[in-house]
Ligand binder design. Structure first.
Ligand code: MG
Length: 203
């Protein structure tokens, strides 16, 4: 199983990090060991002083495929949840400055928190989902998937040119504005269409 992530998929977030709005999807991956399962805490890593949350809508692949056409991509995922793309922002900026890959800043153990999946239905079309992240009870991110630059279907069409999609693969679809730091004892809660699906404690 692999974890595919989209970077800079919301214009307001690209701007807050002073990045250009991309014209093709920005893709990176995390290994299976990055997965932080529901109810598990994240232990603050010793290698960063700037651990940040990025709350993202996540879809789960339900069918194997390669070179998937955008018009058929919706058949390849059937469940949705929220996740957190944890980022060591200080290390990411260092790596970017040097033009180096950013896995050590984004793909470390526990960096892909995942919530409980819900089936995709008429009410939970991935192109029409509101989601929020609360930090210690206060809303810090408030997004809507209609503001994605590249739709989930477009991302699957793009990514599957390079990587075969396998059942169980996860796609983290990018974060809206409002990313920020966490510290030990912080509590993060994610709401999808008003329902809590994600709960992560920082230790
Ligand atoms: Mg992200």
């Amino acid at each position: 199983m692999k974890i595919i992530c989209v970077g800079r998929n919301y214009a307001d977030h690209a701007k807050e990090l002073q990045n250009d709005v991309p014209t093709v999807p920005v893709i990176f991956m995390k290994p299976k060991t990055a997965l932080l399962l529901p109810e598990k805490p994240l232990y603050y890593p010793e290698f960063t002083d700037d651990l940040q949350y990025e709350c993202e809508v996540v879809v789960k692949i339900c069918k194997n495929g390669k070179h998937i056409q955008e018009k058929f991509a919706h058949k390849y995922y059937d469940q949705v949840s929220l996740g957190i793309d944890f980022t060591a922002r200080d290390m990411q900026r260092d790596q970017q400055k040097k033009g180096l890959p950013w896995e050590i800043a984004k793909a470390f153990d526990g960096s892909a928190a995942i919530g409980d999946f819900v089936p995709i239905t008429v009410e939970t079309q991935v192109s029409n989902l509101a989601f929020q992240l609360k930090l210690n009870g206060e809303t810090v991110q408030d997004g809507h998937t209609r503001h994605m630059i590249f739709s989930v279907d477009r991302v699957i069409a793009y990514v599957s040119q390079f990587f075969t999609m396998h059942i169980g693969d996860l796609i983290y679809t990018g974060t809206p504005a409002g990313v920020g730091k966490v510290k030990p004892e912080d509590k993060l809660e994610g709401y999808l269409q008003g329902n809590k699906v994600l709960d992560v404690m920082i230790k």
